[in-house]
Design a protein around this ligand. Structure first.
Ligand SMILES: [Zn+2]
Length: 200
């Protein structure tokens, strides 16, 4: 998973989940068209939220874990994949967040391609009137950020690999699919990769 709260973003390895423990049994949430609501981060609900949605009749259960939770009067087999009964239309334009800027830029420095130690760079520096917008902010590694400093791209000889732009949700989904989750229950795979496997 990725931390989004700090300036630098790091890839952190998680321990393999223990599927006997309900806390390790989130459900993959699909839209009514059976595509994940989000690829990256993957749309997952805790088992509690999932059972709540089942009880409220908001989702269909597509697949199960072997894991069972008990209440005093009944028991529930935990869903591993659910689909929404009502299609949620994705917003056309994603929110301008740190995470989405990194996702647009493929988690790589837009100057040297480094995948680590990422920060943000204002292409037109703030002191030259550069704004904090999709069109002026790119992912940059700390060394490149330092090297560029407050200079204009041409002056620094550092031009972003891609012209920064406001992405569509579709574009971010496509980028997100390049980052498969560290761990993936077998029942999820059909819904995460079904269309990539059909490619020749
Ligand atoms: Zn760099």
């Amino acid at each position: 998973m990725h931390r989004t709260g700090s300036e630098a973003i790091e890839f952190v390895e998680a321990a393999p989940p223990d599927f006997r423990n309900p806390a390790s049994c989130p459900a993959l949430v699909l839209n009514a068209d059976f595509r994940p609501l989000s690829y990256y981060p993957l749309s997952l609900w805790s088992w509690q939220d999932t059972l709540k949605a089942v009880v409220l009749d908001r989702v269909n259960i597509v697949s199960h874990y072997d894991t069972v939770v008990h209440s005093p009067s009944t028991e529930f087999v935990l869903p591993s994949v659910v689909s929404l009964k009502t299609y949620v239309k994705p917003p056309r334009h994603p929110a301008f967040t740190r995470f989405n800027v990194f996702l647009r830029d493929g988690f790589s420095c837009q100057y040297c391609g480094a995948p680590r130690d990422l920060t943000f760079d204002h292409v037109i520096p703030r002191r030259a009137g550069g704004r904090t917008t999709w069109e002026n902010v790119v992912a940059a590694c700390s060394p490149c950020n330092l090297r560029k400093g407050g200079r204009m791209p041409k002056k620094a000889g550092m031009v972003p690999r891609q012209t920064p732009h406001q992405p569509t949700v579709y574009e971010l989904h496509e980028n997100g699919r390049k980052f498969p989750p560290n761990y993936c229950h077998e029942s999820w795979q059909d819904y995460l990769y079904w269309d990539t496997e059909l490619e020749p």
